[in-house]
Design a protein around this ligand. Structure first.
Ligand SMILES: C=C(O[C@@H]1C=C(C(=O)O)C=C[C@H]1O)C(=O)O
Length: 355
């Protein structure tokens, strides 16, 4: 199908208040769409059906779902638009900054008291949109971040969510799988070599260890790469690739997702303490931010589940951008604030002509 026809169909679907999801896998130009034919809110306990899963951070075995068999499925090659990128100034928010850095300080205290090794804190910021258009959103989002997993999800009961995430929760193809430990952030500059400090190296190692530990039970072969630098738009991260073979009979997509989510890249270690701490101290509901999402095919034998980062929720012409970062013993509150400001640019670049 022609890409412009695809965008028109999406626009019509939205005007009719009908659910849809549009996505492209990392490094791919194919844009896939599911246009649900009714307004039902489907949920999914076992990931054994074809469609698109959308899970909140609080995954309790009930993720949202757009089933292929209740939808029209279309796809097209992305018609790339030139996007000019300029760093956008974010209006001062001293109250927000004070609150966030205070919470970071409290988190570091807990880590010093050995309650946890790492806790991922986050916040949101809202922006008023004066010229929202789903076609423009789709064009900018998908053209700007070709190496990320890009998506727009809409359901009348959740509102619109979209993002460009660099992080794979798990990709499964028959009995082989792929995942990654992504943590540690610095702004992208042209300087080489990229140097990582001990804070980032330690933080990322914690994620690698936790992921490999949770996979032991369900895998027969587990390969772990050395950490390397991964570029995500204007940011750099440290990344370790983890691949392997799933244990026959032990692993289904549902058990792997449940074993991995939420990884310490978005929650922390130990997981239970980190999760409680987040709930008590972040002061807002993450909803689908840091949840997972992605297409399921061949009744669960093939799937690409991604972590919902660098994302926003758009409801009533207000865009809520979510940003966070891992706090460890080496964290500096002001640097952590700056890191979240930098991460906010990823979605702000997309919104720029609509602000
Ligand atoms: C929590 C986010 O990102 C996560 C935290 C990172 C960090 O602390 O360095 C890096 C990548 C992600 O795993 C986010 O983008 O909101």
């Amino acid at each position: 199908m022609d890409f412009h026809l695809l965008t028109e169909k999406i626009s019509k679907q939205l005007n009719h208040n009908l659910p849809f999801v549009v996505y492209s896998l990392p490094q791919e130009d194919e844009v896939s769409v599911l246009l649900q034919k009714n307004q039902e809110l489907f949920t999914l306990t076992e990931m054994t059906q074809n469609g698109f899963v959308f899970s909140p951070f609080e995954y309790i075995g009930n993720a949202l779902f757009i089933p292929e068999n209740a939808s029209e499925k279309i796809s097209a090659e992305l018609a790339k638009t030139e996007v000019e990128l300029t760093k956008l100034a974010i209006a001062e928010n001293s109250a927000g900054q004070k609150e966030y850095t205070e919470t970071v300080r409290k988190t570091i205290e807990n880590i010093k008291r050995r309650k946890a090794n790492k806790i991922v804190l986050s916040r949101f910021r809202e922006f008023q949109l004066n010229n929202f258009s789903v076609e423009l959103l789709l064009n900018r989002l998908f053209s700007t971040y070709p190496t990320a997993f890009r998506y727009i999800w809409y359901h009348p009961q959740t509102g619109m969510w979209c993002g460009a995430t660099p992080e794979i929760l798990v990709q499964v193809k028959k009995d082989s799988f792929k995942t990654m430990a992504l943590a540690g952030t610095q702004p992208f500059t042209n300087k080489v070599p990229v140097v990582w400090g001990p804070k980032e190296l330690d933080e990322q190692q914690l994620v690698t260890d936790a992921i490999t530990n949770s996979l032991q039970r369900v895998t027969s072969v587990l390969k772990v790469s050395n950490p390397h630098t991964h570029r995500a738009g204007s940011l750099l991260h440290l990344r370790t690739d983890i691949t392997g073979i799933l244990k026959n009979g032990k692993a289904t997509l549902t058990t792997i997702a449940a074993a991995l989510h939420p990884t310490p890249a978005v929650c922390g270690t130990p997981q239970k303490f980190a999760k409680e701490f987040i709930k008590e101290n972040e002061g807002y509901d993450r909803e689908f931010y840091t949840g997972f999402l992605g297409p399921i095919q061949e009744n669960g034998a093939t799937a690409s589940l991604m972590v919902n980062l660098r994302c926003m929720k758009i409801v009533n012409n207000t865009a809520r951008i979510f940003v966070g970062g891992g706090i460890t013993i080496g964290s500096q509150p002001s640097d952590e604030w700056q890191e979240t400001q930098n991460k906010m640019q990823t979605m702000l670049q997309v919104l720029q002509p609509m602000l």
